[in-house]
Design a protein around this ligand. Structure first.
Ligand code: G4P
Length: 526
């Protein structure tokens, strides 16, 4: 087998999707522990602690300095090389979170057993749907009283419209938690709490009829046998093809903080999750095993290292391999660039990378020429598709303190928007600049950076916009009519695309009803 094929088949590139507080950080730490990257576990924890404490800009910058190193984590597990891409949550939630999901081959969904399916999970799942991303599910916090396991599966199926195939099953919950039962191997894994960093290992009992089960579980052994029979009858069987098509999710139960049920999850993950697959470009389907290199940019992060004030463009390698010093064609600009200082994000510091394979993420130094969605190749004219812009959910007007700085403001805002964490809208009716984002922290970041990097003192204030939709219509005359009638609510985005800014949801619905031939789109592809 060629080295390329060998390397790519070992790769598993994924992200964790969850609602804040479901346990993503804790689970990440445990996965890294199994992968032997123990120093990273500290990093994740440290970042979380920092996140709670930050408010001023210095802190924010410091935090971002740390978070980039942990925004891609690579570790070896068995024969596999796992790339875990962080999806910022909490306050630092932004469009990057969504776009990161376009750079993975599969996702891991974490659900809090007491809370079930929550809002952010629904949203992230929608994004996974766009590419039929295969999803494994981990139901977390079994050490607490939660909802009935069948109930949780039912909710996942109803709300997220995906079939559930339980792989492990909880034995008790909360104070009565005794372990998990693996439906594939009929093995019971007894629970033993270990809060420390140690890898958890409770007793394993093979076979559902094993008398050792009665010894250890008492009456609960019989309950388990009945329940397993019921579960087998009432739920979907594990169907890996359906999983790979994104139609079914294998479900695991456990407790991340106790490192319980995590090994089952990780073992299955490396076994089931797909290696890098073929990806669509505008021109053709590109196979990962093609000799020639190609990749695309899904995220740009600025000023990660306060000492350098540089920007890093995150590239997902899709085919071929990256070798230090190689020449690449930056397809949008048509220029050929030699890349000799791409970085990886392993361990605490950034290291220069010698080579990278499909599924890997490398960082390119960017001085403003690289944009989100850009494709790099070894010469071929290709454009990777499906890197979306999402309709923002929050809007603010930027107001200048010194009106003479308008030019600087416009330049600053447009450049910040190119990084993709905020979007700018310029209403047709006036000279306002409206920022849109999916996470509220982005507005503070924008104001701070306008001041720090462009010398513009600006404030952001509330504005009467509730939601935005990109407007398209096949009939130019109809579009003109619409432009004239809806002038008050129309704006141009950073790319001069027409956008409808709706003051309320009701207003949007009315506009959609009134203009059936106009498409109001909540995402726009780059
Ligand atoms: P997130 O990244 O998804 O936001 O969640 P995170 O891992 O930070 O977990 C959120 C809270 O839930 C944390 O408590 C964490 O300790 C707790 N947690 C995670 N897994 C489990 C589990 O299996 N069982 C129980 N009982 N709790 C769990 P916290 O008090 O908010 O933070 P901390 O002070 O413990 O760090």
């Amino acid at each position: 087998m060629s080295e390329l094929l060998n390397q790519l088949q070992r790769r598993r590139t994924f992200a964790i999707i969850s609602h804040p507080d479901a346990g993503k950080t804790t689970l990440t730490e445990k996965l890294l522990l199994f992968g032997g990257a123990i120093q990273m576990a500290g990093t994740v924890k440290g970042r979380k602690a920092a996140r709670h404490a930050t408010s001023d800009w210095m802190e924010m910058e410091k935090e971002r300095g740390i978070s980039v190193t942990s925004s891609v984590m690579q570790f070896a597990y068995g024969d596999g090389i796992v790339n875990l891409l962080d999806t910022p949550g909490h306050e630092d939630f932004s469009e990057d979170t969504y776009r990161t999901l376009t750079a993975v081959d599969s996702a891991l969904m974490v659900i809090d057993v007491a809370k079930g399916v929550e809002a952010r999970t629904i949203k992230l799942m929608e994004v996974c749907r766009m590419r039929d991303t295969p999803i494994l599910t981990f139901v977390n916090k079994l050490d607490r009283e939660g909802r009935d396991a069948l109930d949780i599966l039912d909710e996942i199926e109803q709300v997220l419209q995906i079939k559930c195939a339980p792989v492990t099953w909880p034995i008790g919950m909360g104070k009565r938690l005794k372990g998990v039962f693996d439906l594939r191997t009929e093995t019971t894994h007894l629970f033993s709490a270990t809060h420390g960093g140690k890898i958890q290992s409770g007793e394993l009992i093979v076979g559902l009829d094993n008398p050792r089960l009665d010894e250890m579980l008492g009456d609960m052994a019989e309950e388990l046998r009945e329940e397993i029979e019921l579960v087998r009858g009432a739920s979907h069987a594990l169907d890996l093809d359906a999983y790979l098509r994104g139609e079914l999710t294998p479900v695991f139960f456990g407790s991340a903080i106790n490192n319980f049920g995590v090994k089952e999850l990780l073992d299955a993950f490396v076994q089931y999750a797909p290696a890098p697959r073929a990806r669509e470009t505008r021109q053709r389907l590109v196979e990962p095993a093609e000799e020639k290199f190609s990749g695309f940019i899904f995220k740009i992060q600025a000023n990660m290292d306060p000492a350098h004030r540089d920007r890093i463009a995150f590239m997902r390698v899709c085919s071929g391999s990256y070798k230090k010093g190689m020449k690449m064609r930056h397809v949008r600009t048509g220029k050929t660039v030699q890349i000799s200082n791409a970085i990886t994000f392993q361990a605490d510091e950034r290291k220069h990378v010698e080579e990278a394979w499909p599924g890997d993420i490398i960082g390119l130094h960017n001085h403003g020429t690289i944009q989100i969605g850009d494709t790099f190749t070894e010469g071929e004219e290709l454009k990777y598709e499906g890197i979306p812009y999402f309709a923002p959910e929050l809007f603010r007007r930027v107001v200048l303190k010194d009106p003479l700085r308008l030019k600087a403001l416009q330049k600053g805002v447009l450049q910040l928007c190119e990084e993709g964490a905020t979007q700018v809208f310029r209403p047709l009716k006036n000279n306002d600049m409206i920022l849109g984002a999916v996470g509220v922290l982005q507005f503070d970041v924008a104001a701070h950076r306008l001041k720090g990097e462009y010398g513009v003192e600006a404030i952001v204030e509330p504005v009467g916009v509730n939601t935005a939709r990109w407007v398209q219509c096949d009939d130019p005359r109809m579009l003109e009519q619409f432009r004239a009638k809806a002038h008050e609510n129309l704006a141009l985005d950073g790319d001069d695309q027409l956008v409808y800014l709706a003051p309320t949801r009701v207003n949007l619905s009315l506009a959609e009803e009134r203009w059936p031939d106009i498409r109001f789109l909540s995402t726009r592809e780059l």
